[in-house]
Write a protein that binds this ligand. Structure first.
Ligand SMILES: [Zn+2]
Length: 89
């Protein structure tokens, strides 16, 4: 997995795979009731998603996507503005 850009915290890092639900519940459902177990397993597989390694929020995007580039540029510009303001006129 390539590093991904997180629009929420601005981190570029390898995302983590996050599966919703609990493995314990899955096993219990399979042991007691087969049909809900199948449904639960399918739901867990379908809702699996990549989350930010830093803030654990879903919605990470490739760092070279237009949105990520724009956000990173804004962050750099904001940082340079603060530096200029700090050094005086
Ligand atoms: Zn994040």
């Amino acid at each position: 997995m390539k590093p991904m850009f997180c629009p929420r915290c601005g981190v570029v890092a390898k995302p983590k795979r996050h599966t919703k639900g609990y493995f314990v519940i899955e096993v219990l459902l399979w042991c007691c009731l087969i049909v809900p177990g199948v449904i639960y397993s399918l739901w867990r597989m379908a809702s699996r998603e990549w989350v930010c390694a830093s803030c654990r929020q879903p919605g990470v995007i490739p760092p070279d996507s237009p949105m990520a580039v724009a956000q990173q540029r804004t962050a750099v510009e904001a940082a340079s503005r603060t530096r200029r303001a700090g050094s005086g006129s």
